[in-house]
Every structure is written in structure tokens, then in C-alpha cells.
Design a protein around this ligand. Structure first.
Ligand SMILES: Cc1cc2nc3c(=O)[nH]c(=O)nc-3n(C[C@H](O)[C@H](O)[C@H](O)COP(=O)(O)OP(=O)(O)OC[C@H]3O[C@@H](n4cnc5c(N)ncnc54)[C@H](O)[C@@H]3O)c2cc1C
Length: 316
């Protein structure tokens, strides 16, 4: 690990201000992703601004009937909150399907959304990776790509985003609140937080450098059933090969793209009277295989059809 300096932020405004002042600064929340990457020298911040104890851990009712989840609320706290469990079961289910109990106790809401890919070539510093080192190439395209993207990939990167929570939040139409480097607050759909890789997979979000996530706002729960289902290589402690969040007719897919994937084509097909299997077929028409990951196309189609069918059955 490279040497770095450290400070603990007192409030969100000063955290953002310090980030703008100190070259090479990064926010540190639970540290469960950033510190691992620092040990491998994949991330090399010169200065850490610890935001983990900022007073942003509250889960509060919004005037509209939704919930505002502070960026520092731990994954365990959010998954276990009685209001979340009752009104947003897909979110609880998604969170508890990820990582381990100990990790979830430490992992924050903001950090979970901004965790980096688990692509093995991103972690292996002896192999080319455009995400780790822009312009280096992508070893996954011709290599071991069983876990990689089937939707929205590019010739520069086919890594997937590993967050389960983000997939449920996209299906729930959540928004993100931030504080920008100039000190202004902004709010935008969570669906617009992450980017597809294109030519610059190292730029993973639409946040400006030094922009702090302060909260996630979930609107009132949609009518109808909610489901999160995840297919993985082991029964626990593994990221998704494919996952789906279904919430009142909205569908998001995980483990299949560089970002949580809103299945808009499947939603439109369902609205037009398609069966769940037909709707997923429409969505998967745009999927591509890089080789080993081809099985994910059929897997995601079947998983989606099963979950949508189950939800429709429950709604009757
Ligand atoms: C073995 C293992 C298995 C895992 N399995 C899963 C899984 O199956 N599913 C899953 O979803 N996750 C999984 N995870 C990931 C885990 O959920 C994340 O490591 C965790 O959520 C990151 O949160 P954190 O608070 O520790 O973030 P940190 O490590 O502190 O930060 C992560 C990144 O976010 C930035 N950041 C943090 N907070 C903010 C903020 N408020 N504003 C702006 N930037 C911020 C940091 O600068 C850093 O770049 C796994 C992790 C491990 C180690």
C-alpha cells in the first residue's frame, strides 16, 4: 500500500471543500472496497477524507410518502429497517443477498453504489485493463469472461457493476442527492448515476470528481408485488451472474451490464400484452456474447420470465 494522509470530516460541506483543496483526495466510507483496492495499488489516493461518521446515516420519511436514506446508513441498517422491509422488500432482499453480514455492517449506502467492478482482470495488475489503466486494452474480451456483460458493453470493457442494492433502487425509481464540489446540492435519478463503458470505462459515473453522495431518495412504493432474485455460483457470498428486481411493473437487471440495467424494452412489451417470456426475449434481443458469458443470455431470459410471471401471479 502506498503512503497516504488521512483526516476525518466533520460535516458534508467541509468534506467536499477539503476534497477540492487537496490533490489526490478520495472519500472513505466503510472502506470495504476502497481499502482492498489500495492494498493492491489499484487505487492510489494521496489523501483520504473519512466521511464514515458524517451525520448522514438517518433513514427518514419524505413528505411524499417515500424514504430518504442517508448515504452513511449501513447496508445492514437499511436492509433491517422495518419500513424498508415492509414497503420496499425488493431493496431488503437485494441487500441481504450481497456480501456477508460483517461486510454489510460496515458497508455504506453511498459506498455500495460506487463500489468498483469485480472483474478479475481489473484486480490482476499484470493483465491489461482499460478501467484500471486507460488505453491498456481489455483482457476479458478474449479471455475468461464467463461473468461479464451481455448488455451495453463496448470493445474497451465488458466488466459488470456488482452492486445488488443499486439494481433494486433502479427498479424502485430512486433518486440520488449529492453535494457538488462548488457546494451546491443536486438530485437526479439513480438510473443516471452510472455510465456504460464506451471508450472510457475508467469513468464510471456521471458524478464530478469530489461530488459527495449525501442520500438516496426512494419514492412511495409502487403498487403491486416486489421481488429481487439473484443467480450466483454459490448460495452466498458471491456477486450476481444475473439478477432481477421487479417492482410494480418496473424491471432492472443486475450482473449483466456495466451499470444496473433498466429493462425498458421488456416493460414496454409487457404493457403491450406480451407474456413474461416474450417480454424477456425482446429485452435479450440486444444482448451479445463475448464467448464464455453466452449462457447468461438464456439464463437472464429465463430468470426474468420466472420472476415476472411470479409477480404477475401474486398481483392477481
Ligand atoms: C468479499 C466481498 C464480497 C462482496 N459481495 C457483494 C455482493 O454480492 N453484492 C454487493 O452489492 N456488494 C458486494 N460487495 C461489495 C460491498 O457491498 C462494498 O464493498 C460496499 O458496499 C462498499 O461500501 P463502503 O462504504 O465500504 O465503501 P468504500 O470502500 O468506503 O468506498 C467505495 C467507493 O465509494 C466512494 N464513496 C463512498 N461513499 C461515498 C459518498 N457518500 N459519496 C461519494 N463517494 C463515496 C469511495 O471514495 C470509494 O471510491 C462485496 C465486498 C466484498 C469485500
Amino acid at each position: 500500500m502506498r503512503p497516504f494522509t488521512y483526516e476525518r470530516a466533520e460535516d458534508a460541506k467541509s468534506a467536499v471543500k477539503r476534497h477540492a483543496e487537496v490533490p489526490g483526495a478520495r472519500f472513505l466510507a466503510g472502506g470495504t472496497n476502497l481499502l482492498d483496492l489500495m492494498k493492491l495499488e489499484i487505487e492510489r489516493p494521496a489523501h483520504l477524507i473519512d466521511v464514515g461518521r458524517l451525520p448522514l446515516a438517518e433513514i427518514a420519511e419524505t413528505p411524499e410518502g417515500g424514504l430518504r436514506i442517508g448515504a452513511m446508513a449501513s447496508n445492514s441498517k437499511v436492509a433491517g429497517d422495518a419500513r424498508v422491509r415492509q414497503r420496499y422488500p425488493a431493496l431488503s432482499q437485494a441487500i441481504v443477498s450481497g456480501a456477508s453480514g460483517q461486510l454489510r455492517n460496515k458497508a455504506s449506502t453511498g459506498g455500495n453504489l460506487l463500489q468498483r467492478t469485480r472483474c478479475p482482470y481489473f484486480y490482476d495488475t499484470t493483465m491489461p485493463c482499460n478501467k484500471r489503466e486507460p488505453g491498456a486494452g481489455c483482457a476479458a474480451l478474449e479471455g475468461l469472461n464467463r461473468e461479464h456483460a451481455i448488455l451495453g458493453g463496448s470493445h474497451a470493457c465488458i466488466a459488470v457493476h456488482p452492486s445488488d442494492m443499486a439494481v433494486a433502487l433502479v427498479a424502485l425509481d430512486a433518486e440520488v442527492e449529492t453535494l457538488t464540489p462548488s457546494g451546491d446540492a443536486r438530485r437526479f435519478p439513480l438510473m443516471e448515476l452510472h455510465r456504460l463503458p464506451g471508450e472510457s470505462p475508467h469513468i464510471e459515473t456521471h458524478l464530478t470528481p469530489g461530488e459527495l453522495i449525501t442520500a438516496v431518495v426512494v419514492p412511495p412504493p409502487p403498487k403491486g408485488p416486489q421481488v429481487y432474485r439473484k443467480v450466483r455460483d454459490r448460495a452466498s457470498y458471491a456477486t450476481a451472474l444475473s439478477s432481477i428486481a421487479y417492482a410494480g411493473g418496473r424491471i432492472a437487471l443486475g450482473g449483466v451490464a456495466h451499470k444496473p440495467w433498466r429493462a425498458a424494452d421488456a416493460e414496454a412489451a409487457l404493457a403491450g400484452g406480451a407474456t413474461p417470456a416474450e417480454a424477456m426475449e425482446v429485452e435479450m434481443a440486444q444482448a451479445t456474447s463475448a464467448g464464455e458469458n453466452g449462457f447468461k443470455i438464456a439464463l437472464t431470459a429465463r430468470l426474468g420470465a420466472a420472476v415476472i410471471g411470479q409477480a404477475q401471479e401474486k398481483a392477481r
